[in-house]
Design a protein around this ligand. Sequence first.
Ligand code: SF4
Length: 892
Amino acid sequence: MAAGAVFMASLDADKTVATTCPYCGVGCGIVVRPESEGGADIHGDETHPANRGRLCSKGAALGETLGTTDRLLAPRIAGRNADWDESIDLVARRFCEAIDSYGRESVALYLSGQLLTEDYYVANKLMNGYVGTANIDTNSRLCMASSVAGHRRAFGTDTVPGVYEDLEQADLVVLVGSNLAWCHPVLFQRLAGAKQARPALRVVSIDPRRTATSDLADVNLRLAPGSDIALFGGLLCAVAEADAIDTEYVGSHVSGLADTLAAASSMTLNSVAEATGLSTDTLAGFYENWVKTERVVTVYSQGVNQAVNGTDTVNAIINCHLATGRIGRPGMGPFSVTGQPNAMGGREVGGLSTMLTCHLELENAVHRQAVQDFWASPAIADRPGLKAVDLFDACAEGRIKALWIMCTNPVVSMPEADKVIAAIKACPFVIVSEIADDTDTSVLADVVLPATGWGEKSGTVTNSERCISRQRPFREPLGAARHDWKIISDVASAMGWSSAFNYESPAEIFREFAALSGVAASNGADFDISGLATITDAEYDALQPVHWPLSECRNGGRFFADGDFYTPDRKARMIAVNCKPPPSQTSPVYPLRLNTGRVRDHWHTMTRTAKSPRLSRHIAEPFAEIHPSDAKKYGIDEADLVTVENVSGSIVVRALITDSTPVGSIFVPIHWTNHWSGSARVDALVQGLVDPISGQPASKASAVRVSRLNACWFGFVVSRFELRPQTNYWARALLPNGCWQAEIADTCVPPDWAALTRELTGIQSDNVAHMEDLERGTARVAITDGGQISAVLFAARHPVEVARSYVVEAFANDASAFDILAGRPSQSDFDPGPIVCSCLNVGANLIRAKIDELHLTELNPTMAATGAGRVCGSCQPEIKKLLAEPLQKAKA
Ligand code: SF4
């Protein structure tokens, strides 16, 4: 803990508060100093074991996301403001009516890996123990359900065996389907730091794409999409052929070896080469390296999980570690990293519809009885509930009569997202608990309930290495916002169960949960935090990050070094899997495979990160990465707008032509919503195919086609007023000082460019500077209002070629209309170029200029010369890419 930090809900601007980042599963500790204007000064917590003071660009910019605009401040019923009593009564009544009329399976909750453990626990207790249904699922189903299923099959329980230190202690780290540099940036920095300190640490990246992570890797295996399972089937064969099976460990602690080897036996070097597209030499080199390296960690995330065979691929990875006994010891083991800040907490409380609380099993009558006895509840769910995709299908079919969505935006994030809109509309009663006003989902709800957000909430989260950390409040709840655990408890009380839900504080909920984990452990579960069951409120406030298990006899550490697993025979199970990659969904009509994922500086559906101008400037509009040969085939030029479509939907995004994505695939980010772009909800195109074991959707394998959008003009607008374009294509982003920018395009030319600029910006001033070149088809407009340039528009027949960073800077600095409309710097000015370093606003052109001027070839001197990369370090892979440009040019 940083000096001077307090652990209580102090809202005193002179004090600092230690809390946890609300974004990814790394779970970094943060020290916050609240500012009197409502913002906050943010620093990494040097004492937190996950990050040791580091933060990535998203975490470092959290202070910019605390604004009150777009916050939901009061309950809303059918679009009108309401008070809490009326809202709670209505929700409780409609839930009770649905249960009375249609049964307990007619109601459902859809939650989020961003809820705190205490929120999650109360929701799960209400549904499993009081309503008596397991129809409670979470957006974590979309993220790592296949890892959960794989763990349970192999270990008998959902256990992550290792800790982050293993990545630093390993001699070989294999990253599978994981762009760690952008999706888990601080863990990536820890790995990069370890490799710098100990160059013998080798890193292999297995990914069809070249990503920011590739730069760190000694070897990049750009295999055919979906072929990971063949690669790991082949690895198991290579382990056996090299006589590297740890027969002693396997003999004592593992079952299923013979069947698993038999299932993988067809994975010869040649057949793996055929499946993956990698050469036999490359494969042999990787296999030899893996087999010979005792300390090996295999890290995997969405690239593995989000597939129709995600669970099998997880087990194919785990099989290799079990066969070699490389698990549970320092520097070795399979390691699933979670996407969300509390995906693990959700798993612990039973937030997935397939699990009972505390890693107990719904299918186990003894477990169910133990939980029901502990809760003294009137019921207990006795079978798995609906998984996310099935849940929304059930809504569409009229089987769900009341649905409560908390802290997530399924209209953007679920597969076949347009179908999800129809499903929500078909459900007779929908409640959304949200912090943001008018999300794509909440506009469809009958009741919208204002929840507290990060900085207001108090509770715990668990990160990817089983470390429980406190999220602490440092500001008052905005408006009438309430904590999620309180809202759920109020509804449960109104449904008649007040004595079981009369919680006064998150500490009280946590103690109950910790006590229940002791019951779970006595019934054979791995999850045990019973050592915290009696902590006082003050101890809860002061709770330091702590790894589970935490009981009288265990205190953190790794699992399974002793070879004791949670199966009936206490042995781990190797699982015989089909090592053939699943068939492609592509067809002559939809010939491209759609891969989806994250960008560096945005988070999920951007309700928070889009409030930060510096984060928005890194990548300001949605895009599709397209390989040059596919671009040529489909007549697409750089910066064209493209329609990406299939039977499920259609989006329009910017073309980014790059060989980073393989031939036959395109990559589109998941973040953009209807709030930020006209038509870029990529999950509308993701087909509803799921892994049959985990129910996790295959979000990286849908078939699509791509075509150039025949826009007849393109525009770039900067305004001091909010932009809400209605053009055929638009994508907007917030700039510093409340300014906005938007990329726009349309299929018919407006009769009057000045009138269009007024319409876009809402500025009515007649003080307009207007330049038009009819021959070249360009127009430039500046509107002055109150003596200040208030908006500028650049329009052209082709994608607008202006130096955007220069225009934005010139606009912000009140340059003359002449200078701004020039669209690029004069000789005495400098265009910083696209933003690379969000922390210090350093552009690519500046970094290139310094590389050129100082003949830089190394990262550290470049960071010293430009400042870029020195604060959070998230942009270091991009700086390295710029450093490689002169070399690539020379080669060309
Ligand atoms: Fe937050 Fe970044 Fe740390 Fe993830 S890596 S927890 S986003 S600061």
